[in-house]
Ligand binder design. Sequence first.
Ligand SMILES: [Fe+2]
Ligand SMILES: [Fe+2]
Length: 323
Amino acid sequence: MTQTRTATPEDPAKVAAFEARIAAVESIEPNDWMPEKYRRQLVRMMSQHAHSEIVGMLPEGNWITRAPSLRRKISLIAKVQDEAGHGLYIYCGAETLGVDRAELIGQLLDGTAKYSSIFNYPTLSWADIGVIGWFVDGAAIVNQTILAKASYGPYARAMIRVCKEENFHKRQGYEIVATLANGTPAQKAMVQDAVDRWWWPSLMMFGPSDTDSPNTAELIRWKVKRKTNDELRQRFVNLTVPQAMAVNLTLPDPDMTFNAETENWEFGAIDWDEFNQVIRGNGPCNRERLEARRKAHDEGAWVREAANAYAAKQRASQASEAA
Ligand SMILES: [Fe+2]
Ligand SMILES: [Fe+2]
């Protein structure tokens, strides 16, 4: 149930006590007092994150029936199923902030909530499944390892378990990539094409540049975020360049150079126009993804009705036992 909140200014003593707890790296728990803006920022971040997990099942689910072997099919099914689990786990975490899951899902389905831009790109070949595991789950690990140190307890704890599963996802992806990269010329060309298509959208996953990210400063101060978008993006690039070299694949960035002083791989300019188009709903698959979610939601209506009817029956029988 959504709690009603008044617009009265917050008690400065409470705000100060809250900020002192954050400064002391204490974990904030659901029943603790928190500024309304902290709560809202967390609902926004956690719901976007949960939506991304659920929508992220679609591009890969698309390849389950076409996996090239039973072993690959088993791994892919397990991975896609894990993503559903991540979504449910994070929706539960968001509910501890006093927001109803049905409301959050309603915002996803009516197009008002965002989810990760990356899932609006199509999976055109089997190699895409490998590259998604390597890049997209790899990027998720970089992000979520830091979120595991977030100040809000339920979010941080969810990330610890999620990261363990993401490591499996990344490895299954990189194994597919390594196999194709060592395969026939056609397989090698297929995986290079997938790298070319997914590299830049993967860098965009970390969100706008720090100079253009309105929420970052406050989220860092409240230790919801522990690193900025650009710091995380750089870490991902530094981790991924040697992995690409190890399998003789080329990242599609002629400007990529190693800076020996900072020990960073410096990369070329990101096409923020493309990013903005995708988050505004104009990516290659935005419409298709939302349609698939809406269809699944409608077709699952009978499950929700049955669960509600069952819960009502349980409540009635408990009430009559207690009487
Ligand atoms: Fe996930
Ligand atoms: Fe994953």
